[in-house]
Ligand binder design. Sequence first.
Ligand SMILES: [Zn+2]
Length: 250
Amino acid sequence: MLGVGFFIPYFFDLAFVKSAFLHFLAALGLLAAPAAAQSHRPFVSRDSLTKQGYTLVFINKDSALAPVTKQRMTDAFFQVYPQEAKRFNPKTLRKVTFFVNPAYDGVAATDNGLVDYNPKWLRDHPEDIDVVTHEVMHIVQAYPNDSAPGWLTEGIADYARYVYGINNKAGKWALPDYKAGQSYTNSYRIMARFLVWLDQHGHPKLVNELDAAARTRTYTPSIWQQKTGKTLDELWAAYAAQPAVRLTYR
Ligand SMILES: [Zn+2]
């Protein structure tokens, strides 16, 4: 008992002495300066904003990014992400990071709560605000690796961009008319238009069902028949025969 009573305060004292000694060395300039004090600046700006339970961290490494673009991307996040979350995955991440990254040369990409944006794309396409709507849908999707075909994942993200987008009209983004030779494997907008058609032709819950299956690793090609009574290829053939849809854009 005595030993324990002696040991614990002694251990704390040691930690305290070590900490005091390090502060002493730092005061003498004998330790390396913290990273933030080094000459290169690690970012141009880093802001964090929380609204109604959702937090957006916005890291910008592009000194030329227009403030209005940053504001519009932020507004789009807070307008769109909660809607996508509510419909598809209320347990989605509460905290998301946007990274305007001059080192990234695609349009945008999302990985586990972090969205990379190419500042050159944003500069050249200032009305393409709903790139945010597409990318944050990938966060809501949160599909485990290989749980769904890529054309379904991207088709659902563009479906969400169509349904929840706030600036598609000004961004001149639209679902392309059906053309012979298209396939659902064309992914993105071509798949998204097919999903809208399914919505309007007796299957308004199907996108939710496909999305939930992908997230829970229960997606299989037979799900189309289970949920609609027709195989995917039969559904596509019906779409190709009568592809008209009613479309409206914001
Ligand atoms: Zn995507």
